[in-house]
Design a protein around this ligand. Structure first.
Ligand code: URA
Length: 199
């Protein structure tokens, strides 16, 4: 028997803790930040993939625990699903300075950890939050929709062949867009409703 999911995920955490080759490693140490590996059910049916930790997340080592996280909490509540029944992670596991967009080289460095998390947990559904994780996942599974924009694809259910099953991919807008605009929050709330059928 192979190692259980928790042990395999712990190994990823240990590797990232020692990831000195990352351009974000020194900034993490200097700022007394933590890497954010992921949180939730290690056997989840549904995995949420955000972009990168913000300041709150890096201070606590937990994904989506700041303003965007409060929106995400509300969205889970609106469909009566426990946030902890899902697994929540990001493509980039360390905070980029000033919350700037992730660089292609950072996506290249950190995405193999996300790939491994997907292979370990084997979720039936991947929900991407924002355009960076959407783009990465659509390219990874080589979907015909991979060049479409998030304004076209948000809230749609796409099918992909993972190594372990045919899975659903559901692109959503990033919850941070809803912090200041009520209209985006309504769109997110509406899109989130379809997750009831997948949770
Ligand atoms: N934004 C993200 O993309 N991820 C987090 O964990 C927090 C904010």
């Amino acid at each position: 028997m192979g190692k259980n999911n928790t042990e395999q995920l712990k190994k990823i955490k240990d590797e990232i803790l020692g990831l000195k080759e990352s351009p974000l490693y020194e900034y993490r140490i200097k700022s007394k930040y933590f890497p954010v590996i992921g949180e939730g059910n290690h056997y989840a049916k549904i995995m949420f993939i955000g972009e990168a930790p913000g300041e709150n997340e890096a201070k606590k080592g937990r994904p989506f625990c700041g303003a965007a996280g409060r929106i995400l909490d509300e969205l889970f509540e609106s469909i009566n699903v426990e946030r902890n029944s899902a697994y929540i992670t990001n493509i980039i596991k360390d905070r980029p300075p000033g919350n700037r967009d992730p660089l292609p080289s950072e996506i290249e460095l950190y995405s193999p950890f996300l790939d491994r998390q997907i292979e370990i947990i084997k979720p039936q559904t991947l929900v991407t939050l924002g355009r960076f994780s959407m783009r990465y996942i659509l390219e990874k599974f080589d979907l015909p929709e991979k060049t479409e924009s998030i304004s076209v694809l948000h809230g749609k259910v796409l099918k992909a062949n993972a190594s372990y099953a045919t899975i659903s991919i559901i692109p959503l807008f990033h919850p941070a867009v809803a912090i200041y605009t009520a209209k985006s929050k309504e769109v997110l709330k509406k899109d989130f409703q379809i997750l009831k059928d997948f949770a």
